[in-house]
Every structure is written in structure tokens, then in C-alpha cells.
Design a protein around this ligand. Structure first.
Ligand code: UD1
Ligand code: UDP
Length: 371
């Protein structure tokens, strides 16, 4: 079976690592139905610390094709990726295309494949923020609609699809196949957490266990609105001055926006880091007092590590993290963020296990082989 994986952005490398590992395990055990995986890297994320470092640290096979398409508007980026991926699909003729999550690389891969009637498997299907102003929501709704196999991370994701009338028919199937397989990022965390504990020292950042706040910030709705960006950074500064050190590995998007706005003074008192690698991030997360983020992946990882999280958005797709009491939606208002810090520990935590048992990768590979 020949599988073409399409990826391009940081969270997709982490998700793909789980599936590539499951494919390698399958191929070691079985010689009669080998899976050949070819990887297309669109180039959407290209700095070494946003891309190469994940391939090295997580043993992801090197991409077979690198498209080098980045730093463009949504339409231009998606359009150029669509054209380039179409050419590759015609040359490679895979049995399946595998896409992850909700980025422009995801949508371009799904559109290219569906126009050529090549079956698509979507990993992390069914997530919804119900906010179509988000580029990610547009990408995931459209990708879900044209995908043949919808691998959902949670029961909520399955219910979201059902409430929208899924399953639909596609060019290949009378009915899309929907399956709750669990979360591939949970698999990754379970697999790498011991390594992160053993190999990464907190002293590298001059902090001690449970004595600091960890923040990441990159969503368009926060970075491209100077008021929201300034309000969030002002809250972080208040926390750094009055409560505990704040570590902020800065996404290149956010760095660029702050540079354009000449907002370097907004970063005063905050410990600014370059983006860190996966093991470093897991270590920083598990020992943080609190995590503040607008990242999808980080909200979940805070829950996996049982660290309280404050989400710097007005809604989230990962509603289970809120239901469990580990996550609070604070938006971008400084006062709401500070209030949330004060409430985070007081909120009653509920033991729930919504993300599977760490076997999402194997389940996806088994399902693809059955199809
Ligand atoms: C993208 C995804 C977002 C995801 C995020 C993960 C879309 C629409 N958005 O957002 O859903 O949460 O990735 O991190 O696909 N840049 C660099 N170096 C890099 C990568 C990006 O300088 O290695 C710069 C680009 O030049 C651009 C900006 O960051 O100016 C934004 O990059 P882009 O890929 O368009 O979107 P992200 O904000 O990274
Ligand atoms: N991450 C990382 N280094 C960083 C920031 C994030 O390794 O400096 C990891 C994080 O642990 C999670 C994933 O990247 O596994 C989340 O990706 P990101 O926040 O870029 O995108 P999102 O999940 O919001 O789409």
C-alpha cells in the first residue's frame, strides 16, 4: 500500500511522527502487506527550529518532496500548494493521501487529492470551534467534507460530524468512514515524556519546578489584532512582575508582528525564547505552574500533563479540557487573564480520559489496511 503524507507546519510534524512510527512497527512485523510512506513537506514552516528539529528529534523519515511554499497570503499559499501537490500526486499515484489537522497545507493536500479522486484520510477530523472567521475552521470543515476516512481524536469530534449530517458520500465511498481512534498527540506525549524528563534540564532556562508560567502565542486572531496582542502581552508582563517568571518561546509570526508594530517594549520582563524543540517543550510544560496559550496542541498537552491552562482565545475545539476543569477560556482581555490565573487552581478538576489510550497511531494504520 502506498501512502502519501502531506505536512508542512509544526504541529503536523508531531502528529505525523506517531503515524510514521506505527507504520514502521507494522512493516517490521508484517512482510505480506507493507506500507510505503512517501512524505511531502509543503515548506509552510521552514526555520530549522520550526521544522528540521522535529524530524531529527522525533525520527520522522526525511521528506521525499519539499515544495518550499511559505510566507504567502492564505489564497496564494493554498493555491500554489494545490498546484504543486497535484503534480506530485499524478507522478506518485498513491493509494491514499494522509492529511493532518487544519492548516493551509492540510486543505491544499485534501483539495488536490479529491480533484484526482484519490482517497483521503484526515487525522484529527471533526474538530470545531464554530468560528468561521478562523482560517483553521475553514480548513478543517472543507477537509472533512472531501475526506473518505475521518479519524477523530474524541467522541466530541464524532458528535460534531454527526450533528452536521456526516457521513456524506465521496467520489470513492457511498458513506465516509468515521472512527474515534484517540489523539495522536497523546500517543506522542506518552512515548516521549520519559525521554523529555531524562534529557532536558530546567536549569537551562534558569527556572525550577512549578515556579514559572509557560506561554505560547501565534493565532492570527491574536497576532493580527494589535489591541489583542498588546493586551495579552500586558497581562503576561503583570504576571512576570507580580506572580512568577513567564517563559515565552516566540513563534516567528508573533515576532514579525511585534517588530512591525515596534512593540519590543511590550515584551519587557517576559523571558523570550526562540521556539523550542518537542522534548524541550514537553519538559517545560510538565513542570510549569501554569500554561497560557492560544495553541490547540498546547491546551491538550497541558491537560495530558495535568497542568492548569489558560486559553487566550474566545472559544476552543478541545472542549474536554474545559469540562475537566484544567482549562479556562480567558480571551485576550488583560483582566480576564489575571482573574483566570487566580481561579485556575480553585476550579474543581474532574478525572476524564477523552483522548484514547495512546494507541491512535496503531488504530489508524490498522484501519487503513482494512479499507
Ligand atoms: C500555521 C497554521 C496554524 C497553526 C500554526 C502552527 C494556517 C492557516 N495556520 O500558522 O493553524 O496553528 O501554523 O504553528 O495554516 N514563519 C517563519 N518561519 C517559519 C514559519 C513561519 O518566519 O518557520 C513566518 C511566515 O513567514 C509568516 C508567519 O510566520 O510570515 C506565519 O506563518 P504561516 O505558516 O502563514 O502561519 P502560522 O501563523 O505559522
Ligand atoms: N511546540 C514546540 N515548541 C514550541 C511551541 C510548540 O515543540 O516552541 C509544540 C507543542 O508542544 C505542541 C505543538 O508544538 O506539540 C503545537 O503546535 P503549535 O502551537 O505551533 O500549533 P497548533 O497546535 O496551535 O496548531
Amino acid at each position: 500500500m502506498k501512502l502519501l503524507t502531506i505536512l508542512g507546519a509544526r504541529p503536523q510534524f508531531i502528529k505525523a511522527a506517531t503515524i510514521s512510527r506505527a507504520i514502521a512497527e507494522h512493516n517490521q512485523k508484517q512482510s505480506d502487506c507493507l506500507i510505503q510512506e512517501k512524505i511531502v513537506h509543503t515548506g509552510q514552516h521552514f526555520d530549522a527550529n520550526m521544522s528540521d528539529v522535529f524530524f531529527e528529534q522525533l525520527d520522522i523519515p526525511r521528506p521525499n518532496h519539499s515544495l518550499g511554499i511559505a510566507s504567502l497570503s492564505h489564497g496564494a499559499m493554498t493555491g500554489r500548494m494545490l498546484e504543486a501537490i497535484e503534480g506530485l500526486l499524478l507522478a506518485e499515484r498513491p493509494d491514499f493521501v494522509l492529511v493532518y489537522g487544519d492548516t493551509n497545507s492540510t486543505l491544499a493536500g485534501a483539495l488536490a487529492a479529491t480533484k484526482l479522486n484519490i482517497p483521503i484520510a484526515h487525522v484529527e477530523a471533526g474538530l470545531r470551534s464554530h468560528n468561521l472567521a478562523m482560517p483553521e475552521e475553514i480548513n478543517r470543515v472543507l477537509t472533512d467534507r472531501v475526506s473518505d476516512y475521518l479519524f477523530c481524536p474524541t467522541a466530541t469530534a464524532v458528535a460534531n460530524l454527526q450533528s452536521e449530517g456526516f457521513p456524506f458520500s465521496t467520489s470513492h465511498r457511498q458513506k465516509q468512514q468515521i472512527e474515534n481512534v484517540g489523539d495522536v498527540m497523546y500517543d506522542a506525549m506518552l512515548y516521549y515524556q520519559e525521554r523529555a524528563k531524562n534529557m532536558v534540564q530546567l536549569s537551562d532556562w534558569g527556572v525550577e519546578e512549578k515556579s514559572y508560567a509557560l506561554c505560547t502565542l501565534h493565532r492570527q486572531e491574536n497576532t493580527d489584532d494589535p489591541k489583542r496582542l498588546k493586551d495579552i502581552l500586558s497581562a503576561l508582563r503583570t504576571i512576570a512582575v507580580n506572580i512568577c517568571p513567564v517563559l515565552l518561546p516566540l513563534h516567528p509570526r508573533t515576532r514579525k508582528k511585534i517588530d512591525v508594530l515596534k512593540g519590543d517594549s511590550w515584551l519587557e520582563s517576559i523571558q523570550i525564547l526562540e521556539p523550542v524543540a518537542y522534548l524541550e517543550m514537553q519538559r517545560l510544560e510538565m513542570d510549569a505552574n501554569i500554561i497560557l496559550t492560544d495553541s490547540g496542541g498546547m491546551q491538550k498537552e497541558a491537560f495530558f500533563h495535568q497542568v492548569p491552562c489558560i486559553t487566550l482565545r474566545d472559544e476552543t475545539e478541545w472542549t474536554e479540557t474545559i469540562d475537566s476543569g484544567w482549562n479556562i477560556l480567558a480571551g485576550a482581555d488583560s483582566n480576564s487573564i489575571i482573574n483566570a490565573i487566580e481561579n485556575a487552581n480553585a476550579i474543581k478538576k474532574v478525572s476524564i480520559y477523552p483522548y484514547g489510550k495512546g494507541s491512535a497511531g496503531i488504530k489508524i494504520v490498522e484501519s487503513l489496511l482494512d479499507l
